[in-house]
Design a protein around this ligand. Structure first.
Ligand code: NAD
Length: 294
C-alpha cells in the first residue's frame, strides 16, 4: 500500500496486451476492467456460450455507466473494441501478461497453465486468480516458474479495489513488478503477499466469518448482525456477504483455511455454511442462502 515505488518495481515489463483465460464471473470482470482502463485484452474461453456471457456482462456494466452519466455512449464501442474474444491461443504470442481465471480445480488449472506457457513468449508473465490453490503447487509443472505468480482479484472485479499479487518460491521480481504495474494500470490497489493458505485477505476474512458463525450458533439473529455491521460502516454484513460469495465457494475456502491453520480456523461442529451447503442452499446463485432471492 506504500505509495513510493520500490527498486524492484522498476523491473516491470511494459504491458501493451494482456489475456484472460475464462470469461466467467471473474475472467469477464478482468476483461472489462482492463478494457475500460485502456489495456487491450484477449478473452479466451472453451466455448462460445462462455464468451457470450463475458461480453454481455461487459455490455451491461458499460450501459450502467452510461445511464449514470459516468461515460459517453460513443465510448462504449472503444472499450468493447479493447476486448478480443477467442476460443484458441492464436494471438497469445504477443501478450505481455496472462490472468488465468478458469474453474477452481487444480488439475484443470495445471493443464491450462501448461498449455498457455507453450503459446506465450519467453518473457510473458503468467498469473493465476486462484483463491485457494497454492501458487507453488501451480508453478510445479511450469517450464518458467520464475515468470509465474498469483493475481487475486475480488468479486465484483470492477468494484473491489484490492488485488493480491502472490509471490511464489520461484517467482522473480520481474513477474511481481509486471503484475503490480498491470494491476495499477487497471486502476486497482495491488499488495504483494507471500504464498500461504488464504494469502492475506482470507486470513482476515475467515476468522471474521468464524466469529459470525459462532454468534449465530449462540442464538444471534443473522439479520440483526448484518444490520449492526452495516451501521459499523461495512458495505454489507457477513450473512449477505456469504450469500454473494456462495456457500460452495465459502465452504471450500473455509476447509482450505482450516487445513492450513487447524489451531485457529477449524470448527468443532457443523457450521451454518456446512448445513446450507448440504441442502444446496448456496446463496444468490441458487436463489436462497441466508436470505431468499426468488
Ligand atoms: P466461473 O465458473 O464463473 O468461470 C470459469 C470460466 O472458465 C467459465 O466460463 C468456463 O467456461 C471457463 N473455462 C473452464 N475451463 C477453461 C479452459 N480450459 N480455458 C478457458 N476457459 C475455461 O468461475 P469464477 O467464479 O469466475 O472463478 C474463476 C477463478 O477465480 C477461480 O479460480 C476462483 O477461485 C477465482 N475467484 C473467484 C471469485 C468469486 O467470487 N467468484 C473471487 C476471487 C477469485
Amino acid at each position: 500500500l506504500k505509495k513510493k515505488s520500490k527498486q524492484w518495481e522498476k523491473e516491470a515489463n511494459p504491458v501493451n496486451l494482456s489475456a484472460v483465460l475464462g470469461a466467467g464471473i471473474m475472467g469477464g470482470g478482468v476483461a472489462f476492467q482492463s478494457a475500460l482502463k485502456g489495456t487491450p485484452i484477449l478473452m479466451k474461453d472453451i466455448n462460445q456460450d462462455g464468451i457470450d456471457l463475458g461480453l454481455s456482462e461487459a455490455k451491461k456494466l458499460l450501459t450502467k455507466r452510461i445511464d449514470k452519466g459516468k461515460m459517453k455512449p460513443d465510448q462504449m464501442a472503444d472499450v468493447l473494441n479493447n476486448i478480443t474474444p477467442t476460443l484458441n491461443y492464436g494471438d497469445f504470442g504477443n501478450v505481455d501478461i496472462v490472468v488465468e481465471a478458469v474453474v477452481e480445480n487444480p488439475k484443470v488449472k495445471d493443464a491450462v497453465l501448461r498449455e498457455t506457457e507453450d503459446h506465450i513468449g519467453e518473457n510473458a508473465i503468467l498469473t493465476s486468480n486462484t483463491s485457494t490453490i497454492s501458487i507453488d503447487t501451480l508453478a510445479k509443472n511450469l517450464k518458467r516458474p520464475e515468470n509465474f505468480c498469483g493475481m487475486h482479484f475480488f468479486n465484483p472485479v470492477h468494484m473491489m479495489p484490492l488485488v493480491e499479487v502472490i509471490r511464489g518460491e520461484k517467482t522473480s521480481d520481474r513477474a511481481v513488478a509486471t503484475t503490480v504495474a498491470y494491476a495499477k494500470a487497471m486502476g486497482k490497489t495491488p499488495i504483494v503477499v507471500n504464498n500461504c493458505p488464504g494469502f492475506l485477505v482470507n486470513r482476515i476474512l475467515f476468522p471474521y466469518f468464524g466469529g459470525f458463525l459462532h454468534l449465530i450458533r449462540d442464538g444471534a439473529d443473522f439479520q440483526h448482525v448484518d444490520k449492526v455491521m452495516e451501521k459499523f460502516g461495512w458495505p454489507m454484513g457477513p450473512a449477505y456477504l456469504q450469500d454473494v460469495v456462495g456457500m460452495d465457494t465459502s465452504k471450500h475456502a473455509g476447509d482450505v483455511m482450516a487445513e492450513g491453520f487447524p489451531d485457529r480456523m477449524s470448527h468443532d461442529s457443523k457450521t451454518a455454511i456446512d448445513v446450507m451447503f448440504e441442502k444446496e442452499r448456496l446463496g444468490q446463485k441458487s436463489g436462497k442462502g441466508f436470505y431468499q432471492y426468488e
